[in-house]
Design a protein around this ligand. Structure first.
Ligand code: SME
Length: 157
């Protein structure tokens, strides 16, 4: 099995030289395709006071394409700037249901110098699917994406 370090190097390599939009799409696909406990993977981007769904990969589309910051697990993580792991979604009153099969969820904010740009949202059909290793790995992926998203913003001035 590929080590986390190798996954991060692979991601770092393929995002170099492509646009932020392509990078987000490729990262979503890579995560979905390489981690069997990631049942649905999506990226939400901050637009005003909302999180708006960008690229995603999974068996079904979600109706939650726009989530106010502060609402749901997604909105909570965006407001707190902290990764949220929900081991059992059925016992978290904040949870907004997207898919009946989801049992656990992780939401990892994409932060650049203290500013929230968006987040990686992953649902799992397994209970308690997300470990400290997933958290550390995905926080690294989020920081690669944060740099990538800021590339064009910096060049646009
Ligand atoms: N469950 C999330 C909503 C997004 S879907 O999982 C794709 C939440 O509680 O914010």
């Amino acid at each position: 099995m590929k080590k986390i370090e190798d996954h991060l190097n692979t991601i770092q390599d393929f995002v170099a030289g492509i646009s932020p939009e392509q990078a987000m799409k490729k990262v979503v696909e890579y995560l979905k395709d390489n981690f069997p406990h990631y049942s649905w993977v999506g990226i939400y981007l901050v637009q005003g006071n909302d999180l708006v769904l960008g690229p995603w990969k999974g068996p079904h589309a979600t109706e939650h394409v726009r989530i106010p910051i502060g609402k749901g697990i997604c909105g909570f993580a965006a407001a707190s700037l902290k990764t949220e792991i929900v081991p059992d979604v059925s016992s978290d009153p904040r949870y907004l249901q997207c898919f009946p099969s989801t049992r656990s969820e992780i939401v990892v904010p994409i932060i650049y110098k203290g500013m929230i740009l968006g987040e990686i949202d992953i649902d799992s059909d397994l209970i308690n699917a997300f470990t400290k290793e997933d958290k550390e790995f995905l926080e690294h992926v989020a920081s690669i994406l944060a740099e990538k998203l800021m590339e064009t913003r910096k060049s646009e001035g």
